[in-house]
Design a binder for this molecule. Structure first.
Ligand code: FES
Length: 172
């Protein structure tokens, strides 16, 4: 997959300021199987692996971009396109589960009328469950497009969904 110099420079700058991507690279760099592990973290937090992230990883992990796309297309788990404008990732790791994350998942599902692992018809939301996202002290936790919400109860869900609907209404 060809990369233009301007594409490469600008996306790397942009991705650098992306804390979840940088943290995943720091965590796995120089470890065996680092590429797949980083791709998993990105997929889990965003619901897909954007091209700018693939470019950034290519440079940071010294892996040819073609090899990254080989992995991304080989495993069906990885998505190359955003499944919804807002990806709602509810943590169902042990700490979150014990503090009631399933009720939060159910409430999101009810509020946006969408099953776990699916996207709403208007593709505004995608709902998924993820493993521990590393902030168990805030359990139960959900992440929406990189923004973390902690100590959630089902009563918080409506407000979060409303917040993102408003966000996209302002954008358009
Ligand atoms: S188990 Fe949910 S953040 Fe760790």
């Amino acid at each position: 997959m060809a990369v233009t110099p301007s594409e490469s420079a600008s996306v790397i700058e942009k991705t650098k300021s992306d804390p979840d991507v940088e943290a995943a690279v720091r965590k796995w760099k120089n470890k065996r199987g680092s590429l797949i592990m980083v791709l998993h973290e990105i997929q889990n937090s965003r619901g897909y692996v954007p091209r700018d992230v693939a470019l950034y990883l290519s440079r940071e992990l010294s892996v040819p971009l073609a090899s990254i796309y080989e992995a991304l297309t080989f495993y069906h788990y990885f998505k190359l396109e955003p499944p919804g404008k807002a990806v709602i990732s509810v943590c169902t790791g042990t700490a979150c589960y014990l503090k009631g994350s399933q009720a939060v998942v159910d409430e999101f599902s009810r509020e946006i009328d969408c099953a776990v692992g699916a996207s709403t018809e208007d593709r505004m939301f995608h709902l998924q469950c993820v493993r521990c996202v590393g902030c168990c002290g805030l359990a139960p936790v959900a992440i929406v497009n990189g923004k973390t919400y902690g100590r959630l109860t089902p009563a918080d869900v409506k407000k979060i969904v409303h917040e993102w609907r408003e966000h996209f209404a302002v954008e358009t």
